[in-house]
Design a protein. Structure first.
Length: 345
């Protein structure tokens, strides 16, 4: 039998070198295989990165929305009113008229007094929705005003509750139709969270990515309270709820006509209610960061009302979600909570 041997050559130093080597075709095939494997690996890495980024975005949106409602609930629960204080849910225009920029149209502004902070000192707290399409800022903002500023002096923006020199001072009186008791001394500086000279008001972001926000007041029997602005008794009012309005709220059973809340005509004998709602349903719609990065158009908030003049949150939310989907936004997160006010019963 013949023996087959590989051909080889011997160098001058005696080292044997094989003449076998890769051909051009083999090199091209190897490069193609390596390129394919790199593309597959790159795609797998990219998919994993996108999945992680998407998951992180969803987590951020969830934490932002849920945390914001928990903070509001904690501060709303001990809210107080009496003949010297007020609780209102007002339209965005109330803040716009005193210098606040980019308050979202159609969104509510909540303003109230609450014993918070060290020693339970009475402070003014407010929440409103900020919308800046140019900078893609969609935030639930919080304004916090203590009685004294950071230097210990009386706060410029704290609502005036009493005037010892003039008990009849109109600045200390709450109104049945407006929120001027809160805002009469407010200006653009109060809402500038980046102004170091502002030592009387603290404005901060409660949650990012909030594009819609509803606050529905409920009476003691759990029924939605009609808006002040939808009543015939206070036609000049733009407020959704006002503790200083003239109204009556059923305590255990409905009135003879079946209603559990009624606005009263202002007469010489009628008195302001000075009452809080028994509870407030808060609903927020939060979008993930990638929606804003894609430059999609964010629809403005939609508000629907029942036949009685109360806010219909369910229908408002359904219509708003439809508007979002028309703009190719499908991953909106909805958060809702019911806050029972300790002093509302």
């Amino acid at each position: 039998m013949r023996n087959f041997k590989s051909r080889s050559s011997t160098t001058a130093t005696g080292v044997v070198r094989s003449r076998h080597a890769f051909t051009l075709v083999e090199l091209l095939i190897s490069i193609a295989v390596m390129t394919f494997l790199l593309l597959v690996l790159s795609e797998m890495t990219g998919a994993a990165g996108r999945a992680w980024k998407s998951g992180q975005s969803r987590t951020d949106a969830f934490q932002s929305g849920r945390t914001a409602l928990e903070i509001i609930a904690r501060e709303l629960t001990p809210a107080v009113v009496d003949t010297r204080t007020q609780f209102v849910i007002a339209p965005a225009s109330v803040l716009t008229s005193v210098g606040a920029n980019n308050v979202a149209a159609g969104s509510p502004t909540l303003l109230w007094m609450s014993p918070l902070g060290q020693g339970g000192s009475l402070v003014c707290v407010g929440y409103y929705l900020l919308r800046d399409d140019t900078r893609q800022y969609y935030r639930l903002e919080r304004i916090y005003i203590p009685a004294t500023n950071s230097t210990g002096a009386a706060s410029t923006y704290f609502p005036k509750m009493v005037n010892a020199g003039n008990p009849l001072d109109p600045a200390t009186r709450t109104s049945a139709v407006n929120a001027n008791w809160f805002t009469q001394t407010w200006d653009a500086t109060a809402f500038n969270e980046f102004d170091p000279s502002n030592t009387s008001a603290v404005v901060s972001s409660a949650a990012d990515g909030v594009v819609a926000f509803w606050a529905q007041c409920l009476d003691v029997l759990g029924n939605p309270i009609p808006l002040v602005s939808n009543s015939t008794v206070h036609p000049q009012s733009q407020l959704a709820f006002n503790s200083a309005a003239y109204f009556q709220m059923a305590t255990s059973t409905a009135f003879e006509n079946g209603a559990s809340f009624a606005y009263l005509a202002q007469t010489a004998q009628s008195m302001k209610a000075n009452r809080l709602p028994a509870a407030i349903d808060l609903t927020a719609v939060v979008l993930e960061n990638d929606v804003f990065q894609r430059g999609l158009q964010i629809p403005t908030q939609i508000n629907d009302y029942t036949a009685s003049g109360a806010l219909d949150v369910n229908q408002s939310l359904a219509d708003y979600q439809t508007a979002l989907q028309k703009n190719r936004i499908y991953n909106a997160r909805v958060f809702t909570t019911r806050v029972k006010l300790t002093n509302g019963n």
